[in-house]
Design a protein around this ligand. Structure first.
Ligand code: C2E
Ligand code: CA
Ligand code: CA
Ligand code: CA
Length: 279
């Protein structure tokens, strides 16, 4: 028993060490990643469920590190937040996303909304609202074509400040989306308090839905509650036909997921948009 305990302990210890050194490495190389131009934006289309048209894109950052390989944003965004690297990185993402949207508009693609993930650390920067306005002006984009996706993590730390800034942006016509809805503890509370336009239902509420499995009542109630509040509802992480049928039956507005498209680099996204225009 003693030996057993020891091996469990050292296994735990090893995996702790591995996680720690992975984090250390991420921190080390993240530091220079921007200067070395290692980030790239991918774009995942959002589909309108009633028209089957692409009505939006979510910008998702990718990091191709020569030393670490492709690092998932699930791993490095947290580190970027802790080190406040998210401030220059987040601004880079916003600029690249707006630049690309203006390119798409100039090239004659149908009008779409660009959704950009924003960390609450960015929002708390004193000049955040000014920077957003300047960037929109710089690329000549109307505010209604930009959506900022926020999550409730860390929102609570400075709720009033965040609220005031979101209110300002929202009054300017910029869209605000509450991301990962349902995943946290206080989503329902925020729903009432924040000036939001869009509710993105977390993938975990989409994973098991189908018309055969009507036990999954929560999802349809989230949809109808959100719609009663006048929000646009987006289902995230849709992978299967059964899920799509369920979402259509309960009148979810939009969806994003591998069933239609993974996040794509620019050239592939444009190929997809062209193929949709031609049928
Ligand atoms: P998120 O904002 O919830 O983004 C959705 C994630 O789900 C993306 O992962 C996307 O690739 C993935 N996804 C989309 N459809 C499906 C599907 O059908 N099945 C499955 N299994 N997954 C799907 P990704 O790109 O790895 O990003 C992970 C998270 O990293 C994002 O979650 C977001 O929180 C964060 N992130 C990504 N880019 C940025 C950024 O520019 N700024 C900030 N602050 N966070 C970002
Ligand atoms: Ca998001
Ligand atoms: Ca999400
Ligand atoms: Ca619709």
């Amino acid at each position: 028993a003693k030996e057993n305990g020891k091996s469990i302990y050292s296994e735990y210890n090893n995996s702790m060490n591995a996680a720690f050194s992975e984090r250390m490495n991420i921190e080390k190389y993240l530091h220079t990643a921007m200067k070395r131009d290692e980030f790239e934006l991918y774009f995942q289309p959002q589909l309108d469920l009633s028209s089957n048209k692409v009505i939006g894109l979510e910008a998702l950052v990718r990091w191709k590190s020569p030393e670490l390989g492709n690092v998932s944003p699930m791993k490095f965004i947290k580190v970027a937040e802790d080190t406040h690297m998210i401030i220059p990185l987040g601004e880079w993402v916003l600029i690249q996303a707006c630049d690309y949207l203006s390119h798409l508009f100039k090239s004659g693609y149908p009008k779409m909304v660009m959704s950009v993930n924003i960390s609450s650390i960015q929002i708390l920067q004193e000049d955040f609202t000014d920077r957003v306005t300047e960037i929109l002006k710089c690329f000549n984009i109307e505010p209604r074509y930009l959506e900022l996706e926020i999550t409730e993590t860390r929102l609570i730390e400075a709720f009033d400040t965040v609220y005031n800034k979101l209110r300002l942006l929202s009054d300017m016509g910029i869209r605000i989306a509450l991301d990962d809805f349902g995943k946290g503890y206080s989503s329902l509370n925020y729903l009432n308090q924040l000036p939001i336009h869009t509710l993105k239902i977390d993938k975990c509420f989409i994973d098991n839905v189908s018309l055969e499995n009507e036990k999954t009542v929560v999802t349809k109630h989230i949809i109808s509650m959100g719609k009663d509040m006048g929000l646009s509802i987006v289902a995230e992480g849709v992978e299967m036909q059964e899920q799509l049928e369920y979402l259509k039956k309960y009148r979810c507005d939009k969806m994003q997921g591998y069933i239609f498209s993974r996040p794509l680099p620019k050239s592939e996204l444009e190929k997809l948009l062209k193929s949709m225009n031609s049928d």
